[in-house]
Design a protein around this ligand. Structure first.
Ligand code: CAA
Length: 385
């Protein structure tokens, strides 16, 4: 049992570990190899009510705290990072509605997200606006009781899979970041289509797609909050979802470490198990210490964010700790998985062993939901006046 966790949190960890072992792990290598979206994972989440975790009880969900959610993501990522991001992106797509939506919007969409009947996605990034969110180009022009959306989003996780998208577009191009607004776009809206599906290095079963909007009309009721709220809503969402990516990273690292620990005890060289060599013991000690420090920072971040509540207050602690947790966990995942491959030597470099996949999967945690460099900007700025 992890220090400081409640019995309920341990219960959720066990539940997630069971789902990971029975429903996800057996097909993780195959999903990586084919790159096909794992609908069996979605089915497992639906059956086990896992999608309900982050939806508040008043909208039909289980309404667990952020730390519990992170523990579940971590447990799943130990066996498969693709399955973990499918869960984390549900949270990313629904949070703009939960944080900034009207009561009507919440009642319309949140129960479906909680049951898993509706899959969510988050459309922020554009070809010319990745780290620099203020430079979005996609336009939303009001015409009577509709907004007309024109533009392209790229690298959208769950693109083409999701039923409902939270989309960010410019309603006032003079106002820079204050001219960005958020909209709910349903998948069958005329003028909305899916473009290129990316062929990725890792998390290969997670579908990443281009979204194309050509005179796509959405009703004014689909504006989330007020015009101009979009940038802050995106930032507030990311502050609360970066811990989910950190949890994915901690899980990937732990999965690779566990595999390496087993391997060094099974494999013999120079007449003794690899585990007997002090050089490898030192590597294992460093890996374990890095993972545990990343985990504790993540748990602290999740607890702090939860304590602040979802009332829209801006706190330096929320963005600082979310960024620290993601930065440290992502760097740890990359380092630990690389070392796990090294420990396995030639066997680590081939697909017969999962550490090869884990190393490729770890890389994305340093990139999406803000690169490690962006996290450093957020952390540093939180200390400066
Ligand atoms: N919460 C609330 N408000 C915030 C905020 C936060 N965390 N951070 C900034 N703001 C406010 C500021 O107070 C400021 O308010 P005013 O209008 O009153 O001035 C305003 O927003 C602008 O802030 P900045 O001047 O700091 O904005 P910036 O242009 O310098 O950008 C940034 C800041 C941190 C670099 C931001 O652009 C950023 O986070 N970039 C990374 C984007 C990112 O993470 N993209 C990931 C895409 S999603 C994804 O990857 C999903 C997936 O596939 C799984």
């Amino acid at each position: 049992m992890q220090f400081g966790l409640t019995q309920e949190q341990e219960m959720f960890r066990q539940m997630a570990a069971d789902v990971a072992k029975t429903a996800i792990a057996p097909k993780a290598a195959e999903v990586d190899q084919t790159g096909e979206f794992p609908w069996h994972v979605v089915d497992a989440y639906r059956q086990q009510d896992i999608y309900s975790l982050t939806v508040p009880e008043e909208y039909g969900g289980a309404g667990v705290d952020l730390l519990t959610f992170c523990i579940v993501v971590e447990e799943i990522a130990k066996v498969d990072a693709t399955a973990a991001i499918i869960l984390a992106v549900q949270e990313l797509g629904l949070l703009p509605i939960l944080l900034g939506g009207s009561e009507e919007q919440k009642r319309k969409y949140l129960p479906g997200f909680g049951s898993g009947e509706l899959i969510a996605a988050f459309g922020l990034t554009e070809p010319e606006a990745g780290s620099d969110v203020s430079s979005l180009k996609m336009k939303a022009v009001r015409k009577g009781d509709k907004y007309v959306l024109n533009g392209t989003k790229v690298f959208i996780t769950n693109g083409g899979i999701a039923d409902v998208y939270s989309i960010f577009a410019v309603t006032d191009s003079e106002a820079k970041h204050r001219g960005i607004s958020a909209f709910i776009v349903e998948k069958d809206t005329p003028g909305f289509s899916i473009g290129k599906i990316e062929d990725k290095m890792g998390i290969r079963g997670s579908q990443t797609a281009e979204l194309i909007f050509e005179n796509c009309e959405v009703p004014v009721e689909n504006l989330i909050g007020q015009e101009g709220d979009g940038f802050k809503l995106a930032m507030m969402t990311l502050d609360r979802t970066r811990p989910g990516v950190a949890a994915q990273a901690v899980g990937i690292a732990q999965g690779a470490f566990d595999y390496a620990v087993q391997y060094v005890q099974d494999r013999k060289q120079f007449g003794k198990p690899l585990a007997a060599f002090q050089g490898l013991q030192f590597m294992l000690a460093d890996m374990a210490t890095q993972i545990e420090s990343a985990r504790q920072l993540l748990y602290k971040a999740a607890s702090l964010i939860e304590a602040e509540g979802k009332d829209g207050k801006i706190s330096p602690y929320i963005n600082r700790y979310a960024a620290m947790a993601k930065l440290h966990a992502a760097e740890t995942a990359m380092k630990v998985t690389t070392d796990a491959v090294q420990i396995l030597g030639g066997y680590g470099y081939i697909k017969d062993h999962p550490v090869e996949r884990m190393m490729r999967d770890a890389k994305i945690t340093q990139i999406y939901e803000g690169t490690s460099q962006i996290q450093k900007i957020v952390i540093a700025r939180s200390y400066l006046d």
